[in-house]
Design a protein around this ligand. Structure first.
Ligand SMILES: C[S@@+](CC[C@H](N)C(=O)[O-])C[C@H]1O[C@@H](n2cnc3c(N)ncnc32)[C@H](O)[C@@H]1O
Length: 350
């Protein structure tokens, strides 16, 4: 199997599992790319673990938007052929981008499950929390308590005057709890943190949003504007190598919650990350709150009853280093970007 065979397989898998139903343009482009080693070779400058079709699609969207053209509009007629010509005409710019950027998002929609799940942790801990977010990107989700939540069926949370409104489609019989936690301390740890004040870095993150998903772009723009008023504290470092140092800097008398969304799949060794957390929990208890594709965290089981196309994310709380009596619980399932939400835990439902 050559690297270009592997990329071709990845393109087909993405088209079928990620893009279908969510981005018809990317579905078409990914299927075309699967049979086009010439265009796929534009990804060769990327480091092997970052060599993903999304990276090339984001680079193309970034160049188009920079020149004031929307991607849907640019490739409306004969999508794959016009995309291919654009790629070949912009070969050197695209190769520069794939060499220097990585596919990176910051998906505020994931706060739909994250915020009420943090509320549950706050209630269990019974005190204001210290939060460490691993892989926060620009840190927009560390600011979850600046946003308003409208879960439907009258269930609301967060400040009522916020311009950022997270509005997932609620499925299933339960509503999420409406209490957000008090936060005493917070920090993010990312291998490539993004400064919300850096226009070009923000334009790149925006270009990683799929072209049809205007709701994601709106939420992103509003959250960036809010974060610019008071940017989050982010540290540069690795989820495994530097987590213990970050945890050591957390005030000792505050219950600690370590959370992450859409990060585990990017780590070279997810098991080592879980071991690092368990080691840290031997020094101080940790409420571990992962929001990752279902199946990534073996401690969290139970299936979504709603089974749409696409990847399902599972949010839950895993108490580490606590006294007996606590056990892991699945709290919610969502679509990969938080478009829909199913609250799973009757004990904590609103
Ligand atoms: C898909 S993005 C998700 C960002 C954010 N958590 C969200 O849900 O919108 C993955 C993030 O993990 C970060 N990341 C990947 N590998 C990492 C590592 N080894 N250590 C720290 N952060 C990492 C990336 O830089 C990126 O910001």
């Amino acid at each position: 199997v050559t690297p270009s065979d592997t990329l071709a397989q990845l393109c087909r898998a993405l088209a079928e599992h990620d893009f279908r139903g969510a981005s018809p343009l990317y579905e078409t482009l990914a299927l075309g790319l699967a049979d086009d080693p010439d265009v796929l070779s534009l990804l060769s400058p990327a480091a092997p673990r970052d060599r993903m079709p999304h990276l090339l699609l984001a680079a193309v969207q970034y160049l188009l938007v920079r020149d004031g053209v929307g991607m849907l509009e640019a490739f409306a007629a004969q999508p794959y052929l016009s995309f291919r010509s654009f790629c070949l005409e912009h070969r050197s710019e695209l190769e520069h981008l794939t060499a220097t950027r990585v596919n990176q998002t910051n998906e505020v929609g994931r706060c739909a499950a994250l915020a009420p799940a943090l509320g549950v942790v706050g209630r269990l801990a019974g005190q204001p929390l210290a939060l460490v977010e691993v892989g926060p990107s620009a840190g927009l989700n560390l600011m979850f308590d600046r946003y308003r939540y409208d879960f439907g069926l009258g269930a609301q949370a967060g400040p009522t005057d916020s311009v950022v409104v997270v509005r997932p489609r609620l499925v299933g019989p339960l509503t999420p709890p409406s209490v957000l936690p008090d936060v005493a301390w917070r920090v993010g740890l990312d291998r490539k943190p993004v400064d919300v004040r850096d226009d070009d870095a923000v334009a790149w993150l925006r270009a990683c949003i799929w072209p049809e998903q205007q709701w994601r772009r709106e939420l992103f723009d509003q959250a960036v504007a809010t974060a610019r008023l008071e940017p989050p504290r982010l540290m540069t470092g690795d989820a495994v190598a530097n987590l213990a140092d970050v945890i050591e800097s957390v005030p000792g008398d505050t219950p600690l919650c370590v959370f992450h969304t859409a990060v585990i799949g990017y780590l070279p060794d997810a098991r080592r990350f879980a071991e690092t957390l368990a080691d840290a929990a031997s020094q101080r208890p940790i409420w571990w709150l992962p929001g990752e594709p279902a199946g990534f965290v073996p401690e969290l089981t139970s299936s979504a009853t709603f089974a749409p196309a696409g990847i399902v994310f599972r949010f839950g709380v895993v108490p580490l280093g606590m006294e007996a009596g606590w056990s892991p619980r699945t709290l919610a399932h969502t679509g990969s970007h938080g478009a829909w939400l199913e609250w799973m835990d009757p004990d904590t439902a609103g």
